[in-house]
Design a protein around this ligand. Sequence first.
Ligand code: UDX
Length: 433
Amino acid sequence: MKIAIIGSGYVGLVTGACFAELGNQVICADNDQGKIETLKKGSLPLYEPGLAELIARNLKNKRLQFSSNIKDAVRPSEIIFITVGTPALDNGEADLTGIENVARAIAVNMDGYRLIIEKSTVPVETGDWVRQIIATYIKDKTKFDVASNPEFLREGSAISDFMNPDRIVIGVESKRARDLLTELYKPFKVPLVVTNIKSAELIKHASNAFLAAKISFINAVSRICDTVGADVEEVAKGMGLDKRIGLSFLKAGIGYGGSCFPKDLDAFVNISEKLGYNFNLLKSVRRVNEEQLSFMLKKIKDSLRIIKDKTIGVLGLAFKSNTDDIRNSQAIGLIRMLESEGARIKAYDPQAMNKARDVLSRITFCADAYSAARSSDCLLIATEWDEFKELDFTRVKKLLKRPLIIDGRNLYEPERMGKLGFTYISVGRKSVS
Ligand code: UDX
């Protein structure tokens, strides 16, 4: 099938490359000319495992193309995905300027029937608005449909999430749109949930909000575990093995971050309020997440006593492992808190240091985990990278000024760390020394 992807950011690139891999003819467009030139040369403006190879392969076999002119994408394609960003405004509302501009540009460049699909996360009822914009700017009475097809990709595993989804959600309001999307997703042998557009829009916001709620729930439980000496990992396992609850997204830590959960939660609270519902439950989810950073800061203060002029080695800057994304990273939030308390920070992250350099000007960036540990007063684990799970702890212990590890991701077994001679403080588990 012939597909246009408007917006070559994270979601657009993964979606475009995967549809090309499945045999479709895809053109990804973006108004950022520099980005398109980079992509044409086969380089990537972001890090995602496997994506560079997928793009290179499909560029070579000519199933994937890039253009900075939206017309080049709209003209040959029957199916058009909108994958531009929907960042948060100061009041939490989703900024739909990008969606509006793209909808208008699609309308003026259409020369026959098109199916226009929202893939970006948008508040409920955006589909109606997109339809109105297109109807307003379209040149003649050209037919078109609007549909919603939310993505559920996680950074770091986006390609496998795309290729092996749990379900595919399509919100449609005509047979033609339904048939086209059913055909497009034919290679996937998973449940196809067909709904109206508003339900599909809500499925996305509700799913992300629910996952964020699971994380805040276990983080709240971790506070009780900390107080009474229970183990949150055991509690999560005991709960999660109940199939109604499930084990995933029950990992306690420094809280959730990233480009989706914080923004989507804010947008969901905001649209609910506009529609007359005060979503207090989600406000609490957000508050627990914010408090998790103060909780970590307190742990650091309790163990170092005075933070001013102490050197803290931080492992991890990305909002989670396997990505270079630092948007709303709790690691960065915690570093900022430590800096304002007068700490000196030495940090290492396998992928996110380039991006972090733009936002953290006072910290020392290290070549590896051991350099971050060298002469530091403690080591703080802020992102759950696999390489941090396999450190040479004898070496780490020798390098640190004192053998203190504060683990915001519960990466290690407390008993083992105690035996290795560390004072080991984690989240919702007994400290050992
Ligand atoms: C999320 C959704 O999972 C995805 O479906 C949606 O399309 C986009 O938003 P992503 O932001 O890439 O994906 O990351 P995810 O893996 O969901 O993690 C989000 C945050 O929660 C990270 O900061 C992660 O460290 C944290 N997290 C996740 C926990 O603290 N505990 C958990 O158990 C799971």
